[in-house]
Design a protein around this ligand. Structure first.
Ligand code: TYD
Ligand code: MG
Length: 459
């Protein structure tokens, strides 16, 4: 019997499919992203992921009373990497599908090979469609092999990979990368949206039915144009994003979706000659090069996940060289910077909009925490006035549109972190209710308005 195929139009941005073509994707509103695609009617993507298939091919799922669902508490696999364990909420969940996305060269292969090599006591299979076993071995030698049961497979055909997995029976599978896989059930080229979807669906069915966790590596380019990983985000259980600048020392693994835990956690690594190393004291590392005697530098206490982390904010304010002043940011939202500059102009009369303003978060880290606002304002004022902010001073507060200093979450932890690292003064919002007497080693300075900061620091 001939296999029936049907034609669908799949959006390369969001992965939705439609029976007819549209110029604009009705779901994500992107233009010219719908591509024609032939899929066989036996396509794996139509079968629910959690469906267990019985030997005769039919689904044997039926409604179960929730009290009768069996669940074991030892469902997580220890990755032997304390940062990964924490980000995942205590280890890799059995039967889960995890996606690790990131730009090329950031260290995805290294992190996952490290995982396969270090997870002792379990059998791991590292499938690479990009590197030969010799190349993987070279990388493994740099990292150091400890797991005797780590297997390497160079293969790009998903169907073959699945048959190898079934015969070798591993406890953990890593696929590097999902973009290199193809399956014979789809006739489009490897790396295309339909191939990625089909291969992921096959692997997802395998993970769910066998209870073996599968980790997929996916490439994302800087502008996010590559289709694959965006679609995958909907299909997988957990999405980890590997961020940072490959020219910087620090790399951050951030959890952006987690069906089995919180998405608040991040892990900080640095790339060494022997693989990725966990940064055990990130605050210390990130402010180690801080020079308090230079103007434009300040220290903020931000919160990454549950952890307070101290980072350095640098600003440079200079007369605009060209007609239109430039405002540019690295690691910080430039809209937010413009807002803070407008607040300074309107509320305290600093004419900064006609100046070039550059802002940099050191260490190659991107921060969204509003608690950074006060440090940004302090840095900008410090550079503009050319007055350095005193040594051992730090900031943790949001700045509102009317120049008011607003409270931030978990202020106690932030103050404690600043005190731990030997800071003498921390500026916070007056509306953050803290018992100052709880922190004898640090002076807590509650302020209400931006003007007070200027009076206390720059006059
Ligand atoms: P890689 O993990 O291959 O990145 P990705 O898979 O995300 O494309 O490697 C990242 C970079 O790290 C690469 O340029 C080589 C470098 N590297 C080290 O500096 N030290 C090491 O021990 C290893 C294994 C790689
Ligand atoms: Mg790689």
């Amino acid at each position: 019997m001939a296999i029936k195929t049907k034609t669908v139009y799949v959006c390369s941005n969001c992965g939705m499919d439609y029976p007819k073509w549209y110029g604009q994707c009705p779901s994500c509103k992107e233009w010219n992203t719908l591509k024609e695609m032939n899929i066989s009617s036996s396509s794996t993507t139509n079968v629910p992921a959690w469906g267990l298939t019985s030997s005769d091919g039919g689904s044997k799922n039926s409604p179960v009373n929730i009290h009768n669902v069996e669940y074991s508490h030892t469902q997580r696999i220890d990755t032997m990497d304390m940062e990964l364990n924490r980000i995942l909420g205590g280890g890799l969940v059995r039967g889960s599908l995890t996606l690790l996305g990131g730009e090329p060269g950031i260290g995805k292969s290294t992190l996952m090979l490290q995982l396969a090599l270090r997870a002792t006591g379990i059998r791991t299979l590292y499938v690479s469609g990009e590197e030969s076993p010799q190349q993987i071995k070279m990388r493994a030698e740099r990292i150091g092999v400890t797991n005797n049961e780590c297997y390497i497979l160079s293969e790009t055909c998903t169907d073959n990979i699945l048959s190898h997995i079934r015969s070798s029976n591993p406890d953990l599978v890593v696929i590097d990368s999902i973009q290199t896989l193809y399956t014979t059930s789809s006739d489009s080229a490897a790396g295309s949206v339909s191939q990625i979807r089909e291969s992921t669906a096959l692997l997802m069915r395998y993970a769910k039915s066998s209870g073996i966790p599968v980790v997929l590596i996916g490439h994302i380019t800087k502008d996010g144009t590559l289709a694959g990983p965006k679609i995958l985000e909907h299909m997988v259980d957990t999405v980890l994003s590997f961020e940072g600048d490959r020219n910087h020392i620090y790399r951050i693994v951030r959890c952006i979706k987690n069906r089995f835990g919180s998405t608040d956690e991040i892990g900080i690594y640095h790339m060494s000659g022997g693989g990725l190393r966990v940064v055990e004291n990130p605050s210390q590392a990130l402010i180690s090069q801080h020079n308090a005697s230079l103007s434009g530098n300040s220290i903020a206490v931000t919160l990454e996940g549950m952890r307070p982390i101290m980072i350095e904010v640098q600003a440079l304010v200079s007369s605009a060289v060209y007609g239109t002043p430039q405002h540019s940011c690295t690691g910080y939202d430039s809209k937010r910077l413009n807002m803070l500059l407008a607040v300074l102009e309107k509320r305290v009369g600093f004419r900064l909009s006609s100046k070039d303003v550059f802002l940099n978060i050191t260490g190659g880290i991107r921060v969204d925490d509003p608690a950074l606002d006060l440090a940004v304002v302090a840095s900008v004022l410090s550079s503009s006035e050319d007055i350095s902010i005193g040594d051992k001073v730090c900031f943790a507060a949001e700045v509102g549109l009317s120049g008011e200093i607003r409270p931030v979450t978990r202020i106690e932890q932030r103050i404690a972190e600043a005190a731990r690292l030997g800071f003498n003064i921390i500026f916070i919002s007056r509306y953050n209710k803290v018992r100052i007497e709880d922190y004898p080693s640090i002076r807590v300075m509650p302020i209400e308005r931006v003007e007070q900061l200027i009076k206390l620091c720059f006059s």
